[in-house]
Design a protein around this ligand. Structure first.
Ligand SMILES: Nc1ncnc2c1ncn2[C@@H]1O[C@H](COP(=O)(O)OP(=O)(O)OP(=O)(O)O)[C@@H](O)[C@H]1O
Ligand SMILES: [Mg+2]
Length: 378
């Protein structure tokens, strides 16, 4: 497939370092990353604080110069470090919604919204600009407050204004940097649905930045997981959760039990037989079409909801992939019971609905179904 014709943005080998402060040992803020944002899709950069998400977005917007790599938009090169090519931010077909919304307090709501029509790439003056701004404000539910000062809006209203303004610039790509992070949890959940439906309605390609895994899973077509300036995995939300490729991704997205592997060898049915501190584990879960590669090191990974638990004696001789243990703690969380079970000096987290009376001190048997248990090479 031709990347240029199917993608709005193509990033190749992007690397960026900032001036180092004395004593700092940070190498690169972003370290040679490559990914595509396909036309019309909602793609999210997800990763912990400081992993390079904002830097990536700012390089795409043209607000930062990368030291290496290339950025293409709509088939045109807008940045090439080698060729010393850098298209100015205002000449790139993008709109950016920064974390702080970037709304001008000295302007009324409607003038904030009309700004990109009056001053943007395809500028238009006069009543037409106001009319188009009003139509867009109507769509985001702000028509009633169009003539208020921007400072008189609530956080959620400011967020919608920032989005309306960005869309009025008629961008090919919308860049959104943690636009919901200043809002309370309820409003955040509501606005993330709204944001996604606006995106679909306008068909605008979007690159969204967040460190909130729930937000990323709920909203995205594709998630790019970043860690320390590099990309760990690019996948759909479902595949990231079901088939994480590294311990970092498994741990960052959802909860995971990760057991370091001392030695690995080929197991039955294309699986891996891994020696860990809880004992030998057969791991047979792998992404469809993907072969499990084994070597010494890596991790056995099993989600807490995939661990089966039943009462049993700690002195019993366990079957394959079964481990005896003692309940260390038990917490009732309404929709589930969260247990921590100690087995061979390892703590294992288990989510279960079973009303087994799993009290601390109870002896149990844990079973790791091989098809729910994966071997991660790193
Ligand atoms: N202007 C700057 N000068 C020097 N270092 C910087 C600058 N901006 C960012 N960095 C460093 O680059 C790295 C990546 O920063 P970036 O802002 O891209 O992270 P982020 O993933 O957006 O984090 P957060 O989730 O906290 O916003 C960090 O180590 C940060 O300290
Ligand atoms: Mg940031």
């Amino acid at each position: 497939m031709n990347r240029e014709t199917t993608s709005s943005i193509v990033i190749t080998g992007l690397r960026k370092s900032y001036e180092r402060s004395p004593g700092s040992d940070a190498a690169y803020a972003i370290d040679g990353i490559s990914f595509d944002v396909p036309k019309g899709q909602f793609v999210t950069l997800l990763g912990p604080s400081g992993c390079g998400k904002t830097t990536t977005l700012r390089c795409i917007a043209g607000l930062e110069h990368a030291s290496e790599g290339r950025i293409e938009m709509g088939g045109e090169v807008v940045f090439d470090a080698q060729e010393k090519l850098h298209v100015k931010p205002e000449d790139r077909p993008i709109a950016m919604v920064p974390q702080s919304y970037g709304i001008w307090p000295h302007m009324r709501v409607v003038d904030n919204a009309a700004f990109p029509i009056r001053h943007g790439r395809n500028r238009r003056k006069g009543p037409e600009a106001r009319q188009r701004a009003l139509e867009m404000l109507e769509q985001v539910g702000l028509a009633g407050v169009a003539d208020r000062w921007a400072t008189q809006l609530s956080g959620g209203q400011q967020q919608r204004l920032a989005l309306a303004r960005a869309l009025l610039g008629d961008p090919e790509v919308l860049l959104l940097d943690e636009p919901l992070s200043n809002l309370d949890a309820k409003l955040r959940a509501k606005l993330r649905q709204e944001l996604r439906s606006f995106q679909e309605q306008f068909g605008v390609t979007s690159l969204y930045v967040t460190h909130d895994q729930a937000e990323a899973l709920a909203m995205s077509d594709t998630v790019v997981v970043m860690n320390q300036g590099s990309i760990e995995q690019i996948d759909t939300p479902e595949r990231l959760y079901d088939y994480p490729r590294s311990a970092f991704v498994a741990d960052f997205i959802g909860s995971a039990n990760l057991f370091p592997v001392r030695d690995a060898s080929p197991g039955r049915e294309g699986g891996v037989f891994a020696k860990t501190d809880i004992g030998p584990v057969l791991c047979a879960r792998s992404a469809p079409g993907q072969e499990v590669k084994y070597h010494n090191g890596g991790f056995v990974c099993v989600r807490p909801e995939d661990v089966e638990v039943r009462p049993g004696s700690a002195r019993a001789v366990p079957a394959e992939n079964e481990f005896v243990g003692v309940v260390e703690s038990s917490e009732f969380l309404g929709d589930r019971l969260e247990l921590v079970v100690r087995s061979a000096d390892v703590s294992i987290t288990v989510f279960t609905r079973a009303g087994l009376g799993c009290r601390p001190g109870q002896e149990v048997v844990l079973r790791l179904d091989p098809t729910s248990t994966s071997y991660l090479a790193s």
